[in-house]
Design a protein around this ligand. Structure first.
Ligand code: CP
Ligand code: NVA
Length: 317
């Protein structure tokens, strides 16, 4: 009965890129995440997703994403199933639409980590149940949801603040740029020559929420938050040696971070490479909130799964 209600009465919602949700929806999710985190920390059982199943399809490696979704589903009373394209028929050429039709008849929710964003869009088009993007080459919306929640925990509202993005114009960078539109903050972007952002490709042509800087030091000057990511994302390993040369001037070290506001935070989605995109001093230093970002994947994604499956709920005080 419940599953039929979800299919027939609630419009099917997916979370494929950050701008799939409105600011009002994020405000709701953050309030739920705050409460879910509080209940979890107090060891109070909360099982709204009893008998619900999440399928997690991984085309790329993961520590945090797999663990936070799997543990999160378990903690909400449901179950999670890990599927790797290496050992499913998806890896042997079964069409995405066929897999979507079959998988979504057996589970209540699907999370996918893959290469091209088009693949998750294609899957969602044929899915009977909500689909979550667990990272594509283009976007990483679950991570930015956690990062903004983490910023708010430490510093309050992000509206009107400035974030410096240093390094590759990758999935994390694209998603920060989308988030800036929704939350009304600014991103100072500094990427090496040849690794420029493409705002039109991510639906942000004409955006006033970012500014490009040739010098990473100038991008960081006076900002509220400094963030970076690996120089070589998954799927780009063949370029790793070339990228080490091209990004050599783009390490966030103590000298660079000192140019930001005194109380600026440092974020990194992890895994990090100390001595490449960030120095050990910064990653392990007092301004770094990287472990909170990682933990908050759990709490924010529990709120996300609850919302996609049950809609909006009243939050008890
Ligand atoms: N930050 C993040 O998504 O980590 P994993 O690759 O370990 O999932
Ligand atoms: N940009 C990185 C993020 C890893 C969580 C990658 O795509 O590999």
């Amino acid at each position: 009965m419940v599953r039929a209600v979800i299919c027939l009465d609630m419009s099917l919602k997916h979370f494929l890129q950050f701008n799939d949700f409105s600011r009002e929806e994020y405000e709701y999710l953050f309030e739920r995440a705050r409460w879910i985190k509080q209940e979890f920390k107090a060891y109070r059982q909360y099982w709204p997703l009893t008998d619900r199943t999440l399928a997690m399809i991984f085309d790329k490696s993961s520590t945090r994403t797999r663990l936070s979704f799997e543990a999160g589903m378990h903690q909400l009373g449901g179950a999670a199933i890990y599927l790797s394209t290496r050992d499913t028929q998806l890896g042997r050429g079964e069409p995405v639409e066929d897999a979507a039709r079959v998988i979504s008849r057996m589970v209540d929710l699907v999370m996918i980590r893959t290469f091209q964003h088009e693949t998750v869009q294609h899957f969602a088009q044929y899915s009977r149940v909500p689909v979550i993007n667990g990272l594509t080459d283009e976007y990483h919306p679950c991570q930015i949801m956690s990062d903004i929640f983490t910023y708010m925990e430490h510093r309050g509202r992000i509206e009107g603040k400035t974030v410096a993005w240093i390094g590759d114009s990758n999935n994390m960078c694209n998603t920060w740029l989308q988030a800036a539109e929704i939350f009304n903050f600014k991103v100072n972007v500094s990427t090496p020559p040849g690794y420029d952002i493409d705002p039109a490709q991510i639906g942000l042509a004409g955006s006033l929420h970012y500014e490009k800087f040739v010098s990473p030091h100038e991008a960081v000057a006076g900002v509220d938050l400094v963030t970076t990511d690996v120089w070589t994302s998954m799927g780009f390993e063949a370029e790793a040696e070339q990228r080490k040369n091209d990004f050599a001037e783009f390490c966030v070290d103590a000298e660079m971070l000192a140019l930001a506001k005194k109380d600026a935070l440092f974020m990194h989605c992890l895994p990090a490479h100390r001595g490449e995109e960030v120095s050990a001093e910064v990653l392990d230093g007092p301004q770094s909130v990287v472990w909170d970002e990682a933990e908050n994947r759990l709490h924010t994604q529990k709120a996300l799964m609850e919302y996609l499956l049950l809609g909006k709920l009243e939050t008890a005080t």
